[in-house]
Ligand binder design. Structure first.
Ligand code: 3HC
Length: 716
């Protein structure tokens, strides 16, 4: 007998004497419940037992896993599906959930922990939903982020439950709702504590069976009333489609397919919508963009285990942050839920500003329902604001986030070492200064490493951890574990000029400068890269990062790699000399109109900057040429980082480029991009550019070898 058949069923029916059948979900050999063909089979068998037993008057769906309801469909299974298999899989799910929805005995979902994707769709098919008021309880349809659509009835049942206007943003963004917000939306009907949730759900189920409890209909909002009319519905859906096209530039098929399904259901009824959903799911799961996004998620999960082979991490009960500027404040914001955070700066004024912003952030989260008052107070009380280095004593991890000046960072490290325990980790949040140089002269270079956060810290998912030859494994392990606690996807890279992300960004932005020198138009250049899938164009990005920062990096990396033809435009340095630093001093490539009601108006090119690039007359370059010049340089540099051992794997390179720099996610990252189009194609395009633009387009040895041998970076 195979292992599979020996496994216990994923669903067990418990028959209670009060007449309630509890269907306990418990996917074998998995820490969370996951929907799969096997799960559907077990579910159908459990439903048979439930329906056939006359002693059972009502049912409850509950999870036997701690702190997790159902994490959705099995994403690992999705990787191998073609369109027809995808449609067949979800059609099976539909049949099953239609059975739940049509059951004559009421079925209540008892949701504690995550109910994501197919997990929420199971709950949506039930007749009533009870959720635990617990931070671990989160509900969402995140499929759009994975390049697919809710394929188990979600595009039909969510609008029916919470109204079209509320359902659209939920499905089109995949945002997660905590229990209280879910109650407010009408997504769940009742909140209770995690302990005893099954009993509460069982009681509700019996009351539903007896007719003593009915779901309270939601109070219609003005938008609901608009959506109830044909023209109103068309208007709302039309606006949503416009919004999607504006945000995605039509590059992501999933949100458009989702709108098709919702539209079909609204116009022609549930059955038509469900059929559109089954077909749409298959098309998306079989498509390369969907596959790339699913693999991206799996890589993000996989990388969480990067510390498994390392010594156990030190527990961090007190984190020190040096520098209360924008970065330091951001690092505090993602850490204060975990432990005491000492935020140290030179002046009370800087600390006061950070304190005000952190307090405002907590207040906003409380207002949105994602934090309770108690939790807000707890997090606030974790913060210690200090101007005294002595307050760092007792910190197991210290992260410095001061100005990018080598001498300053060395001094800060020396000051910290005077008070820190020898096994406290010291991390530098630098984007390019070599960690080895910062650690020169340290008493304990083995505890020094880099933790490169991206701005704004609370929003950006990546943390690049940089190790030198001297960094101890225990120090790395502590930084990694802490980064994961902060909710970051961590990649570990070796020390070197620009590490990984800054190193591959530098030639990308540098090439944009060279194109401007050759006469390219700023807006046309930014548009070309956005049309390729970057969230912002290279010039707008430079304005955000700071032209001064860019010029500094270009100078340092340009010098380090000059021998292989890196070319740096002198214009950036000249712009800095003339006071152009980018958005932060309102003197950049673009002019930004003042914000109105928190929204910024359309930015316009600052015509003065063309004075630094040969004057206002501009030339037209084919978009594909501009994209190739920038993107292929980035791809080639990424492969070089793997070749030189800066990167440990192609997986990390893909994650770093997508999550840190916005490399188009649907390509899967620079390495998966090479796999997709073929190394031979990339090499041929680079060779062509080399003849017209110069040696910086020389494809690296690893790429050439892969092209010659027809190899790929990823097996799957
Ligand atoms: N499919 C396959 N495996 C999954 C999974 C899923 N949907 N969700 C979690 N897992 C696995 C992870 O791969 C990991 O496995 P491993 O231990 O073998 O590496 C294990 O569960 C634990 O996951 P994490 O390490 O991520 O644990 P966390 O506690 O940090 O997070 C989680 C748990 C919040 C559930 C997170 O894993 C998550 O967000 N999962 C994905 C949820 C999701 O996107 N669901 C929608 C799927 S699409 C869908 O349902 C389509 C439907 O409409 C038809």
């Amino acid at each position: 007998m195979s292992n599979l058949t020996e496994q216990p069923p994923a669903i067990r029916l418990e028959k209670r004497p009060d007449g309630v059948g509890i269907l306990w979900f418990d996917t074998p050999e998995s820490p969370v419940n996951i929907l799969s063909s096997r799960f559907f089979g077990d579910f159908a068998a459990a439903l048979d037992g439930f329906e056939a037993d006359p002693s059972l008057r009502a049912g409850v769906l509950a999870s036997a896993k701690p702190d997790s309801f159902i994490a959705g469909a099995d994403l690992k299974q999705f990787v191998g599906l073609d369109a027809a298999q995808g449609t067949a899989l979800v059609t099976e799910g539909h049949r099953l959930l239609d059975r739940v929805a049509a059951s004559r005995k009421p079925i209540v979902a008892a949701i504690h922990g995550v109910a994501l994707g197919g997990g929420l769709e199971v709950a949506l098919a039930c007749h009533y939903r009870v959720a635990s008021e617990d931070p671990k309880t989160q509900l969402a349809l995140p499929e759009v982020q994975l390049g697919v659509l809710p394929g188990a009835g979600g595009t039909q049942r969510l609008p029916a439950l919470i109204g079209l206007a509320a359902a659209l943003p939920a499905i089109l963004t995949g945002s997660r709702f905590k229990a209280r917000k879910a109650l407010k939306l009408g997504l769940v009907d009742h909140l209770t504590s995690p302990r005893g949730i099954v009993d509460v759900a069982a009681r509700a189920a019996l009351q539903l069976a007896e007719g003593t409890l009915r779901r309270k209909p939601r109070k219609p909002t003005p938008l609901d009333r608009l959506a109830a009319t044909g023209p109103g519905r068309s208007f709302i859906l039309g606006q949503a489609r416009k919004d999607v096209l504006r945000k995605t530039r039509g590059l992501y098929p999933a949100p458009l397919r989702i709108l098709d399904c919702i539209e079909a259901g609204q116009a022609r009824g549930f059955r038509a919508g469900a059929t559109a959903e089954q077909q749409g799911f298959g098309a998306l799961v079989g498509d390369s963009k969907g596959k790339a996004l699913i693999k991206l998620f799996l890589a993000m999960t996989d990388v969480k285990k990067a510390g498994e082979h390392l010594p156990p991490p030190r527990r961090v009960s007190r984190l020190g942050i040096l520098g209360a500027g924008f970065m330091g404040e951001g690092i505090a914001a993602v850490s204060m839920s975990q432990n005491t955070v000492v935020l140290k700066d030179l002046t009370p004024a800087s600390l006061g500003k950070a304190a005000k912003n952190l307090d405002a952030g907590l207040a906003k989260r409380e207002k949105s329902g994602s934090l309770t008052r108690l939790e807000r107070d707890r997090q606030w009380s974790n913060l210690v604001f200090s101007t005294d280095t002595q307050d760092l004593a007792g910190c197991e991890l210290v992260i410095e986030a001061v100005f990018e000046k080598l001498e300053l960072k060395r001094q800060i490290l020396a000051d910290a070492e005077a008070v820190l325990h020898p096994q406290a980790v010291f991390a530098s949040n630098t984007s390019a200064l070599p960690i080895g140089r910062i650690a020169e002269g340290a008493k304990h270079p083995e505890r020094v490493l880099g933790m490169h956060y991206f701005s704004p810290v609370p929003k950006m998912p990546l943390l690049e951890i940089i190790v030198t030859d001297q960094t101890a494994d225990w120090a790395l392990s502590t930084a990694l574990a802490y980064g994961v606690k902060q909710g970051k996807t961590c990649i570990v890279v070796k020390d070197g000029p620009g590490f990984y992300t800054t190193r591959i960004l530098a030639p990308f932005v540098g090439e944009a400068m060279l194109l401007l020198e050759e006469g390219a138009d700023i807006e046309a250049l930014d548009k070309a890269l956005k049309d390729f899938g970057f969230p912002v164009g290279p010039i707008a990005l430079l304005d955000e990062v700071g032209i001064d920062v860019g010029a500094h990096i270009a100078r340092d990396l340009g010098a380090a790699f000059a021998e292989r033809g890196w070319k740096t435009s002198p214009a950036a340095a000249k712009l800095v000399d003339a006071g152009y630093c980018g958005r932060k001093n309102a003197k950049g490539f673009y002019i930004y109109p003042p914000e109105k009601k928190g929204k910024s108006g359309k930015k316009q090119v600052n015509p003065e900057v063309y004075g630094f690039f040969g004057g206002p007359a501009r030339k037209s370059f084919p978009a594909a040429e501009m994209v190739d010049r920038l993107a292929l340089l980035m791809v080639n540099e990424a492969v070089r980082c793997l070749e030189e051992g800066i990167l440990g794997s192609a997986r990390d390179g893909d994650l770093g480029a997508i999550l840190g720099l916005g490399f188009p996610p649907f390509t899967g990252g620079p390495f998966r991009y090479v796999d997709l189009v073929g190394a031979a194609d990339v090499v041929a395009r680079m060779e062509r550019l080399k003849t017209t633009c110069g040696d910086r387009f020389t494809p690296c040895a690893m790429l050439v070898e892969m092209a010659r041998e027809g190899k790929r970076f990823h097996e799957d």
